[in-house]
Ligand binder design. Structure first.
Ligand code: NI
Length: 136
């Protein structure tokens, strides 16, 4: 088994607000991130695929295919978007780094041409990232 990682960057804005909580609770829990006008991040995404090396190609999968998949499934709908307002799932799910990683997993896991999705790593800042390995 070998692991191949493709990195991509995108920018998006978001804010955190849980309608089931009171305005005071929202402000207490989410602080500045509760501002409905939103704020932006430059996200770095790492998609790791696990697989065996194909003896014919010497590769796990064609990295161009993976790049295109990330482009089609993630970047086109999330890059330069206000996630709460423009990505339907985030109108009802908080667009936290955790939830964005889970959403990206869902979009990619079934569509890989070869190999198996191993990990989604999403950096919200250079100092902060989450790892998602799918459902156990
Ligand atoms: Ni934020």
């Amino acid at each position: 088994m070998i692991y191949v990682t493709r990195r991509a960057e995108f920018s998006a804005s978001h804010y955190y607000h849980n309608p089931e909580l009171s305005p005071e609770e929202n402000r207490r829990i989410f602080g500045k991130c509760n501002n409905p006008h939103g704020h932006g991040h430059n996200y770095t995404l790492e998609v790791t695929v696990a697989g065996d090396v194909d003896s014919k190609t010497g590769m796990v999968l064609d990295i161009k295919d993976l790049k295109q998949l990330v482009e089609d499934e993630v970047l086109q709908s999330m890059d330069h978007r206000f996630l709460n307002k423009e990505v339907p799932v985030f109108s009802s799910t908080l667009p936290t780094t955790e939830n964005i990683a889970v959403e990206i997993w869902k979009r990619l896991a079934q569509k890989l041409p070869n190999g198996k999705l191993h990990r989604i790593r999403l950096y919200e800042t250079p100092d902060l990232y989450v790892d998602y390995f799918g459902e156990a």
